[in-house]
Design a protein around this ligand. Structure first.
Ligand code: LMR
Length: 329
């Protein structure tokens, strides 16, 4: 948005007085860092349409994608202080503040999509959202993106040894850092919106991400090699400012909750196909050298990354660890 004045929009509820005939129009500013045409942006659009529909236009959701309003460095604070009403950071980014959330970044915890659904919409998701209960934000849902893959600019990575001494951009989170440590690679935590430029100047050799993020952010322009490893899952916690939530009437809260449930289920059904579409585009349009791990290579990665589970046990309750191990099997 050009000429946008953040300071002027810091009240909890923003009344859009351009809307004739709708008194007390409620505006939800939803800021996120992913590009358009990604699972997160499309699920947010779905949510926005559903909210507007269910409240007969009384609540409008204004989406700010691509870190146009806030980025990884400041969106957490922005939702806490009510500068925006909603954000949907990657679960790894929430784990910076709520360490239990790191359980969702454990490598090879999810053998298939059903396992992710079980974690996100079952006991683990419920416990993680509840962990936010006494904070300034309310956790509304967990949203889907896809499995993470590895890109880099040096050579094709096939085995755990290939990581030796490479330097990776990562999201924040102890588990992710530990994952690369186990592979003898070093890491720098860098905002998503600054990743492209750090790849461009070779500050980092590589990064891990979903195919939709790799394609929409054009990482392929500076990353020649792509390893389809499916070693971790990238999804989101959907957060709303708690004072704002509490200021809404029960029927508006109910409409938002319904819209969120329907949008979550839409995202679950569409995230795979959105990532597949980006995979096809990467394969057909980009000169990347792509390798999918063989069963044997995947086994080697799983073995190499097993110690990350031991370390995580120290932070995450045994109950949640038991649940993730059950899902993993
Ligand atoms: C990243 O930082 O790589 C992702 O969390 C970006 C996103 O929101 O999908």
């Amino acid at each position: 948005m050009v000429g946008f004045d953040i300071e002027a929009m810091t009240s909890d509820i923003y009344y859009d007085d351009e809307q004739e005939g709708l008194d007390e129009q409620i505006m939800i500013r939803f800021s996120h860092v992913a590009a358009e045409d990604t699972p997160k942006d499309r699920t947010t659009s779905k949510f926005a349409a559903l909210v507007e529909d269910k409240t007969n236009g009384k609540v409008k959701v204004h989406i700010y994608p691509n870190a146009t309003l806030y980025n990884d460095a400041n969106e957490w604070e922005a939702v806490q202080n009510g500068s925006v009403e909603m954000i949907a950071p990657a679960t790894a980014k929430i784990s910076e503040h709520y360490p239990k959330w790191q359980i969702l970044d454990l490598p090879y915890a999810f053998p298939n999509y059903q396992a992710i659904e079980e974690a996100y919409e079952g006991k683990i998701g419920e416990t993680l959202l509840k962990a936010l209960d006494r904070s300034k934000v309310k956790g509304l849902s967990l949203w889907y993106n896809g499995f993470k893959q590895i890109t880099n600019q040096e050579y094709l990575i096939r085995t755990p040894d290939d990581f030796n001494r490479l330097h990776f951009r990562t999201m924040p989170g102890v588990v992710i850092k530990e994952q690369f440590n186990q592979l003898n690679a070093s890491t720098s935590t860098i905002s998503f919106s600054k990743t492209y430029q750090n790849l461009e100047v070779n500050f980092v050799d590589g990064q891990e991400n979903t195919l939709s993020n790799i394609n929409t952010k054009k990482f392929y322009e500076h990353q020649q090699y792509l390893t389809i490893s499916n070693h971790g899952y990238l999804g989101y916690g959907v957060l709303i400012n708690r004072d704002f939530w509490n200021s809404l009437s029960p029927d508006i809260q109910e409409s938002i909750t319904e819209a969120m449930n329907e949008a979550t289920s839409w995202g679950r059904r569409h995230a795979i196909e959105i990532n597949d579409q980006h995979a096809r585009e990467l394969r057909s349009n980009q000169p990347m050298n792509i390798h999918t791990l063989t069963t044997e290579e995947r086994f080697q990665w799983e073995q190499a990354l097993q110690p990350v589970y031991e370390k995580t046990k120290q932070t995450v309750s045994s109950e949640l660890m038991k649940e993730i191990n059950r899902i993993k099997e």
